[in-house]
Ligand binder design. Structure first.
Ligand code: ZN
Length: 159
């Protein structure tokens, strides 16, 4: 069985940045499971995994465009503290704010006086991602997983 749309894939991965620092890894935890073709993982990695088989090991370099997106200066904003939900004007707090394209999650970066600076960029936006991947399992999804568009159980979505 090889990886194609609507198959459940489990893989081990280590993600490093351009400086070679480990950003995230599944090693020592459980493999990550996802539904292939459903956009559950970054586009560049999903594309590279297409057609691979169990046991495949690959190194994948993903551009920001196919990763977590470009860094958007417009997503860094100064907002009045009184516009934030009460108690949320603390550095590191996540807040959902309205934007012209709908609700978006921002992280409070600093608070000065009556204003808070918030950043809606993904922490890995603008970065080239380096994945070291090993495919450990491929299976067909359950009807429920297909209906939900994500994987349930070990390594998958937990509701
Ligand atoms: Zn579900």
């Amino acid at each position: 069985m090889s990886i194609s749309a609507q198959r459940v894939v489990s893989f081990e991965y280590t993600l490093t940045d351009d400086a070679g620092r480990t950003v995230d890894t599944s090693r020592g935890r459980a493999p990550l499971s996802y539904l292939h073709g459903a956009g559950n993982i970054v586009a560049g990695l999903e594309k590279a995994l297409e057609g691979q088989a169990i046991g495949a090991q690959l190194k994948v370099t993903v551009s920001p465009e196919e990763g977590y997106g470009l860094h958007q200066p417009g997503l860094i904003r100064n907002v009045p503290v009184r516009k934030l939900p009460s108690g949320k004007a603390r550095v590191g707090t996540r807040v959902q704010l309205q934007t012209s394209s709908g609700p978006h999650v921002f992280v409070v970066k600093s608070v000065k006086g009556d204003y808070a600076q918030v950043d809606g960029n993904h922490p890995l936006a603008g970065q080239t991602l380096h994945f070291d991947v090993e495919v450990v399992d491929i299976r067909d999804p359950t009807a429920e997983e297909l209906a939900h568009g994500h994987v349930h159980g070990a390594g998958g979505h937990d509701h």
